[in-house]
Ligand binder design. Structure first.
Ligand SMILES: NC(=O)c1ccc[n+]([C@@H]2O[C@H](COP(=O)([O-])OP(=O)(O)OC[C@H]3O[C@@H](n4cnc5c(N)ncnc54)[C@H](O)[C@@H]3O)[C@@H](O)[C@H]2O)c1
Length: 277
């Protein structure tokens, strides 16, 4: 039995639900969105998907109380249309922080005690805000972080021994590549957004990868956003995860003095952004 909840069934949440169905990563999905009609439509379409699959998955609609027995909840509620008219880079934060204020008490009241995977942007800031407002153990609240940025960098650099740490955002730190390639990779998300007006496949498969590691008990180390007690904020570094513990081990890779300086600047950016809530 593996019950996974998804809060926010927009581009990201619905693509993730589809991915989890195809990969049989859950036996039960609890699907939640403030737009009830959207949940109804997604459940209808996912039911059609399940007819083609050899496994069964129970789909549960819009009921926070059903999260009490969930092992994992993915938080991907938001409003991607904000980016159409954004005048500053914190425009999305104002909207998503408000959504956290709505969702956190509901999640707390549900009795949920599993692991949260937080995707909503700005990813590192929202992960901390969600952890603070729910009061959940920060080892059990994980941001999807720079796994997606690392994948984008692999594709841009044409090699696999690369890594992105720090903020899931402009201040991210690309390792083992030239600064030019690092900057190009960081722009990839915006290039996709400029045409599609959202991104979903890359992040949904990254979250599915994190869930695979958790569900199958793989000891794979991933660049995800986790809490650093000394810095008092979330940012990405190599992290080993497990269920139900959450963070098993965080590892900061060996950095040159210049890379260490850039990582500290990235951490400072995340902290300053948190202060804007
Ligand atoms: N971390 C990453 O790498 C990454 C990648 C892509 C997108 N994102 C972020 O994920 C978020 C979602 O993106 P999207 O394209 O799916 O957005 P979207 O606008 O398509 O969908 C958001 C969904 O959240 C729902 N929602 C809003 N407020 C809610 C609430 N209070 N309770 C329940 N549901 C609520 C909306 O009804 C909508 O269906 C955004 O913040 C986006 O920036 C993060």
């Amino acid at each position: 039995m593996m019950r996974i909840g998804i809060i926010g069934l927009g581009h990201v949440g619905s693509t993730l639900a589809y991915t989890l169905c195809l990969q049989a990563l859950a036996t039960e999905l609890v699907l939640i969105d403030k737009n009830e009609a959207k949940v109804d439509a997604e459940v209808l379409e996912l039911s059609d998907v399940l007819c083609n699959l050899a496994h069964e998955i129970k789909l549960i609609k819009n009921d926070y109380s059903e999260l009490e027995t969930a092992e994992i909840v993915v938080f991907c509620a938001g409003d991607i249309t904000v980016l159409e008219t954004a005048t500053d880079r914190l425009a999305e934060l104002r909207v998503t922080a408000e959504i956290v204020r709505d969702v956190a008490p509901r999640l707390k009241r549900s009795g949920f005690s599993g692991l949260i995977l937080s995707v909503t942007n700005p990813c590192d800031v929202i992960a901390l805000y969600l952890a603070n407002l729910t009061g959940f153990d920060k080892q059990k609240v994980i941001g999807s972080g720079t796994l997606i940025d690392t994948n984008r960098l692999k594709n841009r650099a044409g090699k696999t021994d690369v890594l992105v740490i720090g903020e899931h955002g402009e201040s991210q730190v690309a390792l083992h590549v030239s600064e030019t390639i690092g900057k190009l990779a960081a722009k990839t998300g915006w290039e996709i957004y400029a045409v599609k007006h959202h991104t979903a496949f890359g992040i949904a498969s990254s979250v599915a990868k994190i869930i695979t590691v958790l569900v199958k008990g793989e000891q794979t180390i991933l660049p995800v956003s986790t809490y650093d007690q000394v810095q008092g904020c979330y940012y990405s570094t190599l992290t080993e995860l497990s269920l139900p513990k959450g963070v098993v081990k965080r590892v900061i890779p060996t950095l040159t003095s210049q890379e260490a300086e850039r990582l500290q600047q990235s951490i400072d950016t995340i902290k300053q952004n948190y202060q804007q809530i």
